[in-house]
Design a protein around this ligand. Structure first.
Ligand code: 5GP
Ligand code: MN
Length: 347
């Protein structure tokens, strides 16, 4: 893989060799790829490199990815929203910071100021458009790859202590990498490359139990998720431009008794309709709506998210935010802004 040169591997190896305390940092609203790539790197650093290692997450908890963190691993995870001081102290006292599954500090939300002040060596391992390379000593980033988990897999395979032998990866790392790749590709439905199958094949050969992972990811939901899905599908709007949108209010969260992670993947569903070219899902948060968007080939979800919702991501899967403001005070205003944006985008 061109992005992973012997010179970069040597540099990574030497940074880790000189490290005493390493902290992995992932993006806010951490998903399967963030927690997966985070815990995979964590176990490589702990078990293979014998380092003092930890993962810092900007959120309150690991949400739907909690199954990746066994009880005995909790001490290695620092959730900023639950323990701000402990997390900041961990970052400030680390001499190596590894940012994964985001373009840089900007998507680590509350952790960004602390990362900016840190004088640690910094490494980026990502797969999004527009890496903030200037903030890092070493960058592994390309967009024609499924996930940060896949990027990390190929990096680890090149490390001298793994020597291209996936069976030398810690057991937890293999499971976590397979999980992150699976969630970012929606179980091999998008962003799949020859290198992705190569990774999956090597991990399965090394003993990773894919059935167990699929069971955790897709066959362990709560009933309320499906009931809510039916409700939202029924209320979905499809605009003349072929954009499907759904809006989930705080009230919906309460009346269905669901949490954020129960809505994972909903934004993908409207794309199964023939004439829908983009899907937008808005979820009410405190003071803003979180925006998720997915598109079919030929329509840029990334452009849409960055132009109207101050966000970004990938060409066909992106996100951003819509804040309440003087112009946007009610759900009705949100709908008007959204419809206007769609109209403008396709004009
Ligand atoms: P999701 O809809 O699953 O939350 O996010 C889809 C993709 O868009 C992910 O790759 C995520 O990293 C990116 N993304 C989501 N929200 C934001 C945002 O607020 N800003 C940027 N730059 N990217 C985002
Ligand atoms: Mn990812």
């Amino acid at each position: 893989m061109k992005e992973i040169t012997p010179a970069k591997i040597a540099k990574l190896d030497s940074i880790l060799a000189g490290a005493s305390k390493a902290t992995i940092v992932v993006h806010v609203n951490a998903d399967g790829d963030a927690i997966g790539s985070g815990s995979a790197m964590l176990h490589y650093l702990l078990e293979v490199r014998g380092l003092d290692a930890a993962v810092a997450v900007p959120d309150r908890d690991a949400g739907g990815s909690s199954f990746l963190i066994p009880e005995e691993d909790r001490k290695y995870f620092f959730f900023f929203q639950s323990e701000p001081e402990r997390t900041e102290e961990r970052i400030s006292s680390s001499d190596v910071i590894i940012v994964q599954d985001c373009i840089g500090f900007s998507r680590t939300e509350g952790l960004a100021p602390c990362l900016g002040r840190s004088s640690a060596r910094k490494i980026l391992i990502d797969h999004h458009i527009g890496p903030e390379s200037d903030s890092f000593d070493l960058v592994f980033s390309k967009t024609d790859i499924s996930s940060a988990s896949e990027m990390l897999f190929h990096i680890l395979m090149e490390m001298p202590d793994i020597g291209k032998d996936a069976s030398k990866l810690p057991r937890i790392s293999g499971r976590a990498l397979m999980t992150g790749m699976t969630t970012d590709t929606n179980n091999f439905a998008n962003s799949v490359y020859p290198s992705t199958f190569d990774m999956a094949s090597k991990l399965i050969a090394a003993g990773v139990d894919r059935d167990e992972i699929l069971n955790q990811l897709y066959y362990s939901y709560r009933e309320s998720r499906l009931r809510l899905m039916g409700f939202l599908m029924n209320k979905m709007t499809i605009t003349p431009e072929g954009v499907a949108y759904m809006i989930m209010t705080k009230r919906n969260f309460a009346s269905f008794g669901v949490t954020d992670s129960d809505t994972e993947g909903f934004v993908n569903l409207p794309l199964s309709i023939k004439d829908v070219r983009m899907s937008v899902f808005l979820k009410q948060d405190t003071g803003f709506f979180r925006v998720s968007t997915r598109s079919k080939k030929g329509t840029s979800a990334q452009q849409f998210a960055s132009r109207y919702f101050n966000g970004g991501g990938h060409e066909n899967a992106a996100g951003g935010r819509l804040y309440f403001s003087d112009e946007i005070k009610s759900i009705r205003d949100v709908i008007a802004y959204l419809e206007q944006s769609i109209n403008d985008f396709f004009a």
